[in-house]
Design a binder for this molecule. Structure first.
Ligand code: F6P
Length: 528
């Protein structure tokens, strides 16, 4: 049993709150010419510059003392050792085992989980190679050219984000579509223009009970049966799940199922079999590079001293911003069109992990927890919401992400793009005084971190995702919450299950007057 931590009751937390707020970033930089060199940490291919955060050495020291008081290192070690740190679900949290090399076994409860991971990876690789080479054909003998990934939440956002991010590495004869929303418009758009004989459905669901996914998969199955007959299902559907029984009940042969384990949280599952659609697109070798990238950051997180440990430092700076400076949100601003889904991916990773109000023992937290995460790729955001970032009354810490070299050949576009990234971080931090024309004044002192790398390769993407996974972990440790459950999604699901038959049948249950009014309106207007 992991002891609950009441970090806000520790002397270190009190000392953090008492730490003097650093002066304006202009003064911090003016007083310390070495700041930009000292407040940079390099991990793998990532260069992480946090010099424009509103911290100084005293703040960092106080934050590190809080990490110590919260037992961050002990909890990290417990995660890597496979202890059941997801206490409300009684599970280990071992996504780090998904990217461990085959020659580094990890035995948990008498089982080498790394051997199991590589068994599945090998099966995924064989299957992907067959499809990519045109050796595994559809039921009518046609080459499979279109992948439709059906899943939601962690069974969609990870592969969808990564497929977009790694577009430059896709097989030339394969494309992919991702369907998540139960809105029929989504599956309709996904199937539009596709030839069933050339389409492979990857139905991804950890539990295989998620209503959105089962509904979309049922519609897709009917579409295939309509076009090619019942016998074609086996050639056109594979499943990714931990639940063989439900996969079989749905009608997919478990010989066509790729498994994973309950110790992989949905939002931490991109690098499990949930990444199958991605592997089909980029191939097993590139997928292995992605995993190797994750592992580089895992090893850094596991071994680097806390004061030089990127996820620890960034996580603690997030604590400073949220709990001491009182900033409620955090913007993620990738200056890379390919990372257009990255903010959405991070929303689930961060907000489903750390959007909690009770600690491990069920007691109420006594400080704010996870921030509201949002963002859009640059430069689009500059022409939309950056006005508020620069001059609004609310301060939004930002993460800028950019690359030295694009995958396209338009260097002049890229130079402009990167000039904008660098300029925005500079403008936010330093502002500009115009006392004569206050509307043209920029207060500055708006914090940001800038993460750059040479190019968005599979390895770099793995490094980026692992970095954010561990940042979320560090913050969850400090707040003493369970970052690996998601009970907050349950009530809405339950009520929807109750309301669905009431909307379509005769019997309406007990509801408040507003809910009852909406249901009456819908029933009255519903056609068909
Ligand atoms: O939204 C809740 C959730 O359980 C997520 O945590 C998960 O990623 C998603 O639903 C999908 O779940 P499954 O993979 O079991 O279909």
């Amino acid at each position: 049993m992991i002891d609950p931590i009441y970090v806000t009751e520790t002397a270190q937390w009190g000392a953090l709150l008492d730490t003097p707020r650093p002066p304006h970033l202009r003064q911090l930089f003016a007083a310390d010419p070495g700041r930009a060199d000292r407040y940079v940490v390099e991990v793998g291919d990532l260069r992480i510059d946090y010099a424009k955060q509103r911290v100084d050495d005293a703040v960092v020291e106080a934050l590190l003392a809080v990490a110590d008081a919260a037992g961050v290192a002990t909890r990290r070690d417990a995660m890597f050792a496979g202890e059941p740190i997801n206490v409300t679900e009684g599970r280990a949290v071992l996504h780090v085992a998904l990217r461990r090399p085959a020659d580094q076994p990890l035995t948990v409860d008498g089982t080498d989980v790394v051997a199991e991971v590589h068994e599945v990876l090998d099966r995924m690789s064989r299957f992907s190679e067959q499809v990519r080479a045109g050796d595994r054909l559809g039921a009518t003998g046609k080459r499979l050219r279109h992948i439709v990934n059906i899943g939601i939440g962690g069974s969609d956002l990870g592969p969808a984000m990564a497929a977009r991010a790694l577009q430059a590495y896709h097989h030339a004869e394969l494309d992919a579509r991702f369907v998540s929303n139960v809105d029929g418009a989504a599956i309709t758009a996904a199937l539009d223009g596709l030839d069933a004989a050339e389409t492979l459905f990857v139905v991804s669901s950890k539990t295989f009970t998620t209503i959105e996914t089962l509904t979309n998969a049922g519609t897709a199955r009917a579409w295939v049966v309509d076009a090619l007959g019942e016998d074609a299902v086996g050639r056109h559907f594979v499943a990714v799940s931990t639940n063989a029984q439900e996969v079989a009940a749905f009608g997919i042969d478990i010989a066509h199922m790729f498994g994973f384990w309950d110790w992989v949280g949905g939002r931490y599952s991109l690098d499990s079999a949930i990444g199958l659609s991605l592997m089909l697109l980029i191939g097993p070798d590139r997928f292995a590079e992605l995993l190797a990238g994750f592992h580089v950051v895992d090893e850094h997180f596991r071994t680097a001293p806390l004061g030089a440990n990127a996820p620890v430092l960034l996580g603690l700076i997030g604590i400073w911003n949220a709990n001491v400076l009182g900033f409620d949100t955090k913007a993620v601003l990738p200056y890379a069109e390919e990372l257009s889904r990255f903010p959405a991916y991070l929303q689930q990773l961060d907000m489903e992990s750390n959007g909690k109000s009770v600690r491990l023992d069920g007691s109420a937290v006594t400080t704010d927890t996870g921030p509201i995460v949002w963002g859009e790729p640059g430069t689009n955001g500059q022409h939309a919401f950056y006005q508020l970032l620069h001059q609004g009354t609310r301060i939004v810490p930002a993460d800028f992400i950019g690359f030295a070299n694009p995958h396209h050949g338009h260097r002049e576009h890229h130079d402009l793009l990167m000039a904008n990234l660098i300029a925005q971080a500079e403008a936010l931090a330093f502002g500009r005084d115009r006392p004569d024309e206050p509307w043209r004044s920029f207060p500055g002192d708006r914090p940001s971190t800038t993460i750059v790398a040479d190019q968005l390769t599979p390895s770099v993407l793995g490094q980026l995702v692992a970095l954010y996974e561990h940042v979320v972990f560090v913050q969850g440790c400090v707040w003493g919450i369970d970052s690996f459950d998601q009970w907050g999604v349950e009530l809405g699901k339950e009520l929807a299950n109750r309301i669905t038959p009431e909307l379509t049948g005769d019997a309406a249950g007990e509801h408040d007057s507003s809910t009852a009014g909406l249901m009456t309106w819908y029933r009255a207007h519903r056609r068909g």
